[in-house]
Design a binder for this molecule. Structure first.
Ligand SMILES: C[S@@+](CC[C@H](N)C(=O)[O-])C[C@H]1O[C@@H](n2cnc3c(N)ncnc32)[C@H](O)[C@@H]1O
Length: 335
């Protein structure tokens, strides 16, 4: 079968976003040809393990922790993985995407993946088995969340979360922050800061590449940075997909401005795409960045809530400061 080209992927989602019942049609397409066609091989299970390892490294594990997830998505591997590892997970999404059959498939995968889950989280395998037994009779993801002490809320406006100040141990997100409109990110960060305990931890995995252009789609996954903001918003952002195109240093600066200390930033730079980037005319905001920063396609960050710093009235807080690309005191690793 001919691999799907980037413009087909874009064209279909754009067309669906303008049709009545377009979301339903889009889901049908994802189930037939896309990431929902084979939940058992979804990368989300490994993503969940990466986040659990981060939680283990920085908090000694998630068992007994109160965790809030932003952006549940379609495949509930992350919230269910945290719940099975012993966290009380309250998960929120602006859209209600999880269907019962998708939840049942995720639970089935975890039945066969409990050892990996135990290794990643540091939770005893027997405890994971007990929790799997507990959710055996659940028919929906919401029911499973409740049985594990948590909850699922969608659709929900995540800029106002139903928690008191300082009530939560950990805020997490997997592949969500790149999908949130630029003007909403500060509101999400403010709200995360408010609900976290002093010294509470936030774990975010962010992907910064063009989702229409995976390998085999006929174009490089960083070529989307050539469009002006106006063209990008007009033609590529719509009700079914929104990508803000922020780069790693911009995210790090936003975290810092909103009262988070970055304890760890593991980043992946796509060095192979750098020669391609050099031949492109990038849109103005990206031209001033180093090629390495533009070609950073993934970051996994561990943040700690600190007191909000005095508003700095430097140029860096008005726009983005592209030059000190990563604050010098952030430990940056590569994967
Ligand atoms: C690429 S999906 C990732 C979903 C999930 N975390 C996963 O690992 O599969 C991005 C998700 O972010 C959600 N989202 C976008 N903006 C949001 C917001 N402001 N608050 C909560 N969720 C949001 C979308 O509805 C979508 O489910």
């Amino acid at each position: 079968m001919m691999p799907i080209r980037w413009w087909m992927k874009w064209g279909i989602s754009y067309a669906f976003s303008h049709l009545p019942h377009g979301r339903h049609l889009y889901e049908k397409m994802l189930r037939r040809f896309g990431e929902l066609s084979q939940v058992s091989s979804s990368t989300r299970f490994r993503n969940a393990e990466v986040l659990l390892k981060m939680g283990r490294r920085w908090c000694g594990g998630v068992d007994g922790q109160h965790v809030v997830e932003l952006g549940t998505g379609w495949v509930s591997a992350v919230p269910l993985g945290f719940g099975l590892a012993g966290a009380r997970v309250d998960t929120f999404d602006i859209s209600c995407l999880i269907a019962d059959d998708l939840f049942l498939q995720v639970r089935e995968v975890y039945r066969n993946r409990s050892e990996q889950l135990a290794r990643a989280s540091g939770t005893a395998p027997e405890k994971i088995h007990q929790r799997l037994q507990l959710i055996e009779q659940a028919h929906s993801f919401a029911e499973a969340c409740q049985l594990l002490g948590g909850s699922y809320h969608a659709p929900f406006d995540t800029t106002t979360l139903p928690f008191k100040d300082g009530e939560v141990d950990m805020v997490i997100s997997n592949l969500v922050l790149q999908c949130v409109p630029k003007d909403v990110i500060p509101l999400l960060l403010k709200e995360s800061w408010r609900i976290l305990k002093p010294g509470g931890i936030a774990l975010h995995r962010i992907r910064m590449s063009d989702e229409y252009s995976p390998p085999g789609s006929g174009r490089n996954h960083l070529e989307y940075l050539k469009y002006s903001e106006r063209i990008w918003n007009r033609w590529f952002n719509h009700s079914l997909k929104h990508i803000n195109r922020l780069r790693a240093p911009q995210f790090l600066e936003l975290f810092q401005e909103h009262g988070f200390d970055c304890l760890e930033c593991i980043r992946k730079v796509d060095h192979q795409s750098i020669p391609h980037l050099q031949q492109l005319t990038l849109a103005p905001p990206f031209r001033r960045m180093s090629k390495e920063d533009v070609a950073t396609t993934n970051i996994n960050v561990v943040l700690r809530k600190i007191a909000i710093p005095e508003k700095k009235h430097s140029a860096t807080t008005k726009g983005f400061n592209f030059f000190p690309l990563f604050p010098m005191d952030v430990p940056i690793m590569f994967f």
